[in-house]
Every structure is written in C-alpha cells, then in structure tokens.
Design a protein around this ligand. Sequence first.
Ligand SMILES: C[S@@+](CC[C@H](N)C(=O)[O-])C[C@H]1O[C@@H](n2cnc3c(N)ncnc32)[C@H](O)[C@@H]1O
Ligand code: SF4
Length: 440
Amino acid sequence: MPWRGVFQRYVLKCPVTEAGVSRRTYTHEASLYVHWPYCLKRCSYCNFNKYIPRSVDHVLMTQSLQRETQTLLHISQVSCITSVFFGGGTPSLAQPSTIAAVLETVSKHAQFSANAEVTLEVNPTPAGKARLRDFVAAGVNRFSIGMQSLNDSSLRVLGRDHSPQEALQTLSEARTLCPGRVSVDVMFGLPDQSEDSWQSELEEVLSVCDDHVSLYQLTLERGTHLFKQVQLGEVHVPGDDVTATMYKTARNILKKAGFLQYEVSNFARNNAVSTHNIGYWKAQQYIGVGPGAHGRFVPHSLQGVLREARTQTLEPDVWIREVQQHGHATRRQIQLSHLELLEEVLVMGLRMNEGISHQHWAEFSPEANLHQVFGVSEDFQQLQQRGHLILDDGGLRCSWEGLALLDSILPMLLLRLEMFFKKPAASAATAGRTHGQRKR
Ligand SMILES: C[S@@+](CC[C@H](N)C(=O)[O-])C[C@H]1O[C@@H](n2cnc3c(N)ncnc32)[C@H](O)[C@@H]1O
Ligand code: SF4
C-alpha cells in the first residue's frame, strides 16, 4: 500500500502501557486533532468554525500549527500520538507541506504508535482534488470525503461548491491512493428529500463507496442561511417522523450491504473503523491544535490525574498572534471533575454498538461498577425490559433499537449518574455493600 512506505519514516512504536495501569492515570497517550479554519465558500447549513479569507498566509499558518503542536505536547504528559485528524474548515485546501510539517513536529516531540491513522478531510472541489497524491506523500493514510449528497439540486441548496461528478471523481482517486481507508460523509433529511429519493441516493453511494460511511442528519443551525430560509418558508425540510424513518432505512440498507454500524452515525465493513473517532468515544485523551480546536488531556502542571477540557482561540488572526506570543492559544481551560469525566465516558461510550465494557468503566470509575450505578434504578430496568438497553457480562450498551433512541435514553442515565456520585456518604456506603453482595 502506498501510504505505508511514506508514513514509515514517522513511525516509531510507542512504549506499551504497563499492565494494570488505570486509564485515568495513564496519560502518555493521546490522539491529535488539527483544525484548518479556512473554506472557499460558506455552505448554507454550516456553523463550524470556518472563515472565507481573501488570501491565506500558508507559511505563517504552518509555523503557528507547528508551534502550538509542540507547546501542547510539552504542556501535556503525552509522548505517544495514536492518530491524527486534520479537520476543518477545509483542510484539503492546506498545502501538503503544511500537513507534512505538522507530522514532522509530532515525530520530533513525541512518538507515533505503529500504523497510526492520519486522516485528512477532503472537500471534492476542483481546488483540492489534484493534491491527494501529495497529501499521501506528506503522510496522510486515510481520507474522509465530504460528499454530502449525489443529488445536484440538494448540493445547490446546501451551497456546496462541487457537483456529484466531482465528488465521484475525488472518491475514486482517493480509493486508488488509500484503498480500504476512504470514508464518505453523507447527509439526510435534506430540503425536499423524500424517503424514496434518500433510499436510491444511498444505494448509489454504496455502489461506489469504499469501506466507511458517516451519516449525518441535517441539523438546522441557528444563524445559518438555511435556517433562515426554512423559518421564512422558502425551503422545506422533512419532519422528524420522516427523518426517523430515513435513518432506520439507511441502517438496514447499510447492514444488507455488509456494513457494521459501530457507532450511531458510523458504518464500516472489512473492519475499516476510524481509530481516531473510536478514541473520542472511548474518552481517551486528545490534543486539539488550531483555531477553535478542542482538547482533553492531563497537563504536566497538575501532576496528577485531573483532566482538562481546553478550547483554542476561535478567530485565526487572533489565534496566530496568541501562538506567536505564548506558544499556544488556549482560550478556555477547565478542570473536569470526576463526575464530568464519567458523564463523557457514558455519553460517548453509549454511541458505540459495543457500548461500555466493565473494564473500560472501571478505568474511570474504580469505586463503583455499572451495576451499582445504573442497574438498581427502576427507570433503567424498564429500559432493559423494553429491550433498549443491555447490561450483562459484556458491559452496558444499547440494543439495535436502543441505538436509534439514544438521545431520549441519555437524560435518565445522566440523572442516575449524578444522583449516584452526589449522594451522601452513608448511602454510598450502602450501595457499596449491595455491590459486594453481587460479587462483581
Ligand atoms: C466539520 S464538517 C467539515 C467537512 C468539510 N469541510 C466538508 O464540508 O465536506 C464535517 C461534516 O459535518 C457534517 N455537517 C456539517 N454541518 C452539518 C449540519 N448542520 N448538519 C448535519 N451535518 C453537518 C457534514 O456532513 C460534514 O461533512
Ligand atoms: S460544510 Fe465544510 S466546506 Fe462548507 S462551510 Fe462548513 S466547513 Fe466549510
């Protein structure tokens, strides 16, 4: 495979985690997210942190991304990077030398784990297309293509600057360069989309796609052009019952085509799962570099186990200035409490079909297991009886039906978690005894 040879120059295997070390105290590993904030054009539905500049100073951006990567690696206790994701914005508009420079910086100040996944989000615009080969030469070994739709009029109402043909061409090129490691983003619930048109569109996508599909239900974001158009009645979007059916249909079609739904919105065959995203869902540490990027890691200064949620400055020019002055542009830095960390473990973990194993939960909550925290609650037992949630030797997870209802299930679980960890010491001790009797 072409990507292996090129990437080999960065790969130095990270030290293996010592057996028995809890994930909470195991702070030398993380994934890296790098945000490229620029786009060619504003899509009508998008409220991501992106800017449409007249020109981009690629040299300055490269230097700033390198500097912030280096600083955050030093601030953290991270010596091993398990995956890198270049997202945006439109990172396929960055120069391949920028991608190479950031990877080079990582390899100077940390190690990569063996075969670390390096993903680049690609917009199928003519401007980004010609460079896919150069991105592979820079160290990218996985592409995530923002196809969104194969319907011309949907692409127009979404304000996309590419045609279905351009998306197909980019996909085919990416598949040639990174076979088995190309994902497509597809949206549903689009203006004027019917259940039938969605079904045939998805079937068309499946006839051309590689081994990974991410499905996104359109969210009407306040402040976007599309939101206004829908408010004014100029554009019509399908109702909730229709989008629920669309999601159900898509899951069945993807299943028939041999795709495993490994997360609420993500489907893979031939085990082509995204290890970077699995890191988020398993609440592993990640470092976020670039304007508006988010991170979750334990900094050196805390000399302990408390994780911080960090957000970098949003606006690129201000971000660059702050990186020049301080080496990084962390705008917000909040220490996560034990309860907040467990909330993340729960909310993210239940998005995966495999859910949260007992071992995974124990890494974050050695003091109380899943049975103690959730199993005794009546509401929880009702959800189990309805077949939406499963708690057994494999851990806690949603059933196939439950995964589609996760948003309505989570509030009860979060409440239960909060009640458990905020309860007075006396009742916690009682719960401990109940737990003891279970012999778990
Ligand atoms: C962060 S965006 C950036 C990707 C890339 N710039 C592009 O547009 O193809 C990643 C994905 O989020 C999804 N997305 C963005 N805004 C959305 C919205 N309002 N509703 C649903 N999905 C959205 C799109 O499918 C998109 O591919
Ligand atoms: S959807 Fe992607 S390309 Fe469009 S404005 Fe948002 S980040 Fe940029």
